[in-house]
Each structure stands twice: as C-alpha cells, then as structure tokens.
Design a protein around this ligand. Structure first.
Ligand code: CP
Ligand code: NVA
Length: 302
C-alpha cells in the first residue's frame, strides 16, 4: 500500500481498493492458503467504544493469519499522553487497530507510532465497514460499477466512508438526510470528485424517496451513533421519515438489496420486516468484515 496507515478511506488509492477487494474474495475462497501469512505478528486492539463485529473479526482475522492480538478497552491517552502510548505500543506490536471517538486520536496514533494504524471506527469514518459493504455489493451483483446505492438516515461516519469508497469504484451514490444532518461538506466534495473521475454521480437530497427510486442497494444506519445517546429522542423525531420500510424498499429496483452495518434498531431506522426480508444481506456484510480485514492486514503488514 502506498500509505503506511489506514486512518480513513482516503489512505487507499482507487486501484488499491480494487486490489483489496480481489484479495479479500480470494482469501474468502481459500482461507487455509493464508494461515501463515502474518506469522508471529502482534497487533494491539484499542477500543474506546463498544464493538461486537469489528473487535471479534479483527481478533479472528489476526489469528487466522498466524498472528496474535492483544486488546485494551477504555480511553486512549487518559493516563498518559497519547504520543507516549503510541511510542510504547510500537516497541511491542507490529500494528495498531483503534476505535475512537475523535478522528484526531487515530491520526495522532498514526503520527506518533512507527507501525501501521487502522481506523476501526471514529466519529468521522468507518473505513473497514465500507470495504466489507463493497465486497457484499460485488458478490450480490457481480460488479459494483454503474450500480446505484441509496443511503437514508444520518450523514454519519458510515455514510462518509460509504460515499468515499463507493464513488471511487464508479457507483452512483444518493444520500438522503434531514438538512441538519447532512454529511460533512468536505467529504461530500471529495466523494463528488471521485464520482466524476469514475463516471458516476453523487446526489445529496432531503428526500428518501428520491434517493431510493430505482436504486440497487438501500443502506441505512442508526440515527444516534455511539456518543450521541443524549440526542436519541430528538433524533428519532427528525429521522422518522427516513426509516427504511417495505413501502420505501419497493421503490428501489427489482432485485435491490438492503444493507445495514449493524447493530440495528428495529422500529427506528429499519423495520423488522425489511431487515428479516429476503432482500436483506446484513449478515453477508458482517461475514465480509472478516475477509476484507484479513486482506487489509495482509496489504499493510505483509
Ligand atoms: N458494524 C460494526 O462496526 O459493528 P460493531 O460496532 O459491533 O463493531
Ligand atoms: N454510526 C454507528 C456505527 C456503528 C457500527 C456508530 O458510530 O455508532
């Protein structure tokens, strides 16, 4: 990889994303070929926020490549300066995976440590999730280029990473949010530029119907992310029209799939009927976290 770290989606070049997805597909087919791909490599997992999927799939990915994981929960840099934490860790481990509140924490870890740092979700990005999402879309349709992805709900970390990664792979991306919860303008600009270069279109709208009409993929995420629990009630009011219901999903293309990074709040951003429907691919997505992260670890540390 050209960048030493994966602090955001932008650390991968367009052709590196393609290469990673190809490698992940191959690793998924023939996992035993990679059982000793990272022999004896140690990786630290630092989690400031809860996790089921990311934490377990990183632990398993590292084990399945012949390495070992050590984990620490809680605030990073609470007892001592973050730059000291980073310079301790790089004496013991070959890589750091960090789930943080602030994006600055991930970037400071990368700045101060001599080993690769992977963003396992920050308030601004969830780049590992976007890789698994794109593999899932590729598996469902054979190829993602020219397909249309509609995201409805909060313009959050998951939306940011999806926009950046899907646009650069030539997907048309439509994002529907209430006006006060739109994705960050600078990220929208980057995604817009990537879409243009790749012959795709990015649309930001306040209308979930406009986003979903004729789309191949309908995606949503929680309305209140980790750290926003106090806003949950207000957000529920603002986001109600953005719920993915069977009626909304019907407006998508025939054969459209439903995606959600999980955990899901049934009855809020998605109905139970939709997430349990045959169109839902949410557990394929969860499975693909493992395969894409194995490919990422190999590309960064191999
Ligand atoms: N999708 C996802 O990142 O799940 P966790 O929060 O459980 O890791
Ligand atoms: N947007 C959510 C994603 C959880 C995987 C959050 O940050 O809590």
């Amino acid at each position: 990889m050209h960048a030493p770290d994966f602090t955001s989606d932008l650390d991968l070049l367009d052709d590196e994303v393609e290469k990673l997805l190809d490698l992940a597909a191959e690793m998924k087919q023939t996992p035993t070929r990679y059982a000793q791909a990272l022999p004896g490599k140690s990786i630290a997992l630092l989690f400031e926020k809860p996790s089921l999927r990311t934490r377990l799939t990183f632990e398993l990915a590292i084990k399945q490549l012949g390495g070992e994981a050590v984990a620490v929960d809680g605030p990073i840099g609470g007892r001592e300066p973050l730059k000291d934490v980073a310079r301790n860790l790089d004496r013991w481990v070959n890589g750091i995976v960090a789930r943080t509140f602030s994006q600055t924490t991930v970037e400071d870890l990368a700045r101060w440590s001599a080993v690769p740092v992977i963003n396992a979700l920050s308030d601004r990005y969830h780049p590992c999730q976007a890789l698994a999402d794109l593999l899932t879309i590729r598996e469902a349709f054979g190829a993602e280029r020219g397909r249309t992805l509609a995201y409805t709900g909060d313009g959050n970390n998951v939306a940011h990473s999806l926009m950046l990664t899907a646009c650069r792979l030539g997907m048309n991306v439509r994002v529907a949010t209430p006006p006060d919860y739109a994705p960050s303008a600078d990220i929208a600009e980057r995604a817009q530029a990537a879409a243009r270069t790749n012959g795709a279109e990015l649309l930001l709208t306040a209308s979930p119907e406009e986003a979903v009409r004729g789309a191949d993929v309908v995606y949503t995420d929680v309305w209140a992310s980790m750290g926003q629990e106090a806003e949950a009630e207000t957000r529920r009011r603002h986001f109600q029209p953005y719920q993915v219901t069977a009626a909304l999903l019907k407006q998508a293309a025939p054969g459209a799939i439903f995606l959600h990074c999980l955990p899901a709040h049934r009855g809020e951003e998605v109905t139970d009927e939709v997430i349990e429907s045959t169109q839902s691919r949410v557990f394929d997505q969860a499975e693909n976290r493992l395969h894409t992260q194995k490919a990422l670890l190999l590309m960064l540390l191999g």
